[in-house]
Write a protein that binds this ligand. Sequence first.
Ligand code: ADP
Ligand code: ZN
Ligand code: ZN
Length: 831
Amino acid sequence: MGKRQTLFADILLPLPVKGCFTYRIPLDLNEQITTGQRVVVPFGRNKVYAGLVKRIHESPPKDFQARYVQSVLDTLPVVTGKQFAFWEWMSAYYLCTEGEVMGAALPPAMKLAGETRIALNPSASSRPATPNEMEQLLLDALKTKKQMTLSEAATSVSIPKVLPLVKNMIEKGWVVLKEDLENPWRPKVVRHIRLAEPFRDEKKLRDVFDQCEKQAPRQLEVLMKYIQLAEPLGKQPKEVSQQEVTSAVKGGLPALQSLVKKGVFETWEKEKSYFDHSHASGKDVVLNEHQQKALQSIKEGFKKHNVVLLHGVTSSGKTELYIKLIRETIAAGKQVLYLLPEIALTTQIINRLQQQFGNRAGIYHSRFNPVERTEVWNNLVQGGILSGNEKIRYDLVLGPRSALFLPFQSLGLIIVDEEHETGFKQHDPAPRYHARDAAIYLASLFGAKTLLGSATPSLETYYNTRHGKYGYARIDARHGGSTMPQILVSDLRKETRSKAMKSHFSPLLFESIKKALEEKEQVILFQNRRGFSPRLECDICSWLPECHQCDVTLVYHKQNNKLRCHYCGYNIPPPAECPSCTSSALKMKGFGTEKIEEELPLFFPGATIARMDTDTTRSKNAYRHLIDDFEKRRTDILVGTQMISKGLDFSNVGVVGILNADNMLNFPDFRAHERAFQLMAQVSGRAGRSRKQGRVIIQSYHPRHPIIQYVISNDYEEMYRQQIGERRQFHYPPYTRLVKVTAMHSDTDLLNDAASVLTGQIRKAFPGKVLGPEYPVIARIRNQYIKNTLIKFDRSLRLAKEKQLLLDIARDFQKERQWKPIRIIFNTDPL
Ligand code: ADP
Ligand code: ZN
Ligand code: ZN
């Protein structure tokens, strides 16, 4: 495009507004601007945003005067055309704006706006480069003011182009976004050693050698090992970690410490990138016959289908199959995306894949710091990053649902492991997408394949294989011939009646744990509720403590002696007497993970006990430590919520106890039984992964419940047949497609009126397909009342027209003044 031509750019902004905004490109930027770059644009009266250039053209907007693009942030595009296409699909399918998708897609550090708050980076190591005048001004201002928005920075330091300036300073690690500060990240450091200054001399070194030779042979060995690794007298000494030396010499550590004391060595610390830029070292396993057959079926399946389900029992070696397929895809020059539910992204799987693929594997994790996340993004969008004189490209990316948004260049395969997991669905905020379904669309944009893996597939996915939409591969045998666990049920009704319960443990569970511990096996106890006790209740008047802004009872947490709301975090100390009848007969009812953890030592003295739930895994490393301790058998009994059901591979678990199956089965949701089956089967799968048969004990007041029976007989098919029958009968997915419309407001009367008017209009548009409006089980959260309307669309429809109509109805509805304050949310395929 010509230098002197007047050009316009359609800019996407990370906002819940429809479509793009057109801006005029200043002539002097004509040559710099391309699609996919971030540019700074004014918005509204006095806001600025970094937006994305989606299109460049010559047509001025018809009914308004276009404002100018202020500056260009990137020299190269940071978003690809495929990403724009993916975002368009997502916004249409999930009924949100492309700006909302953009907001979810970009890592925080790439989203700059006038209202973005920044602060000095507290962990800025050294500053290799010197700040220029403007940068120094801003650094000084931040030193006194601690934090400020970019707009404030622009005025207080009078910087005309603050966004580009700050963008550079973030990249240099001098400043950080405030939201990243709240999520502090400390780099992992590795201790290194080097010769102290006076000993970097051949003669001095020889003296030390002579001295050690006579008195300290270990120290001599350490010294020689170091010299061999570091070549310290050469032109370019190599960096050597303490561990490299001490692990090579028996008794190396004390010897090294003596040398440090003598002043021969000094230690220094080096930041370690989480991404271990090492080379692959994992061995290539030989697939067993079941795996080989399944691999064949997958490949056959991919000839006819874009999606294949790998249905393999727990511990059947699905991951090994993924590794083969990843290797083949990479060998063909294509990239692989491996999606896991957030909670299953443990070091176990990360290590396994990094051993196989070394620095070709990138990890994208919300618990990683912003610099690392931006690093993965940049690596992908630039097709690799120079490391030394080698260009390292991520051919494999491992991540949770948000990894779908990365700028892939040539995807060949997407693996969705544990595809049945509800953690793949984003609930809030928009886009409310399901990563499995979105992955299938993303793959289609690249002409790539999608492999779904699970031991307990979702009904939707299994239905699709039964109806010829997806291919199907199956593994029924565990690797290495370990048998499926023996599953037994304890009838809580009977045991309670005969007073045989030891607190929450039936005699069968109690004896099984005891025996396992005696045989030095480990135990996992599953309780689907965290906290000490789900509720405090008055024995006299049945009073229950409730959240003052949500319609839920508060849960007692013993650790900090608080009653807490699991929805909004509101918490109070437990009252000494009943606020309603003033009696002091307040009793703990029910039981959570914390309570179990506390009771165990009374019954099993001497056993080491740990607990894994959202309360104990808040910090970045807590989860890893819990897993590590259990893996290394430092923990005997692990108590946990569904977190413990996720893909963990422990070889020494003899007993798994499900303390109460009923609270999963009684949940009022059409998917409750499917989920209960999946959870119980997955938790059971943690048992007996080695040679010995494991044992699972399910405690229930309804031992004959069909779902429990399917778990016992490990009969997925029968569970499917029974459940799919109900889905057909009551018109639920996969026979229909659901869209949920939620209306919210703090005033119940207003909300009731609004919901019935809105639902009336929706019903008129889609007669016979609409349910509601209804209050959900929890009708109020953070003082907002909630009413849901459910639309059951025919499965055969593509729904593009219907969804547009739905959006139009909502928009017209909100044009009326009285309904303006109502918040309306759409959720396609709600879970
Ligand atoms: P899944 O993902 O189906 O639960 P994994 O892939 O984790 O199963 O396999 C379970 C265990 O068996 C792992 O420790 C894995 O390394 C091992 N394993 C699986 N297949 C093989 C094989 N063909 N050769 C050697 N070890 C295998
Ligand atoms: Zn009372
Ligand atoms: Zn609350």
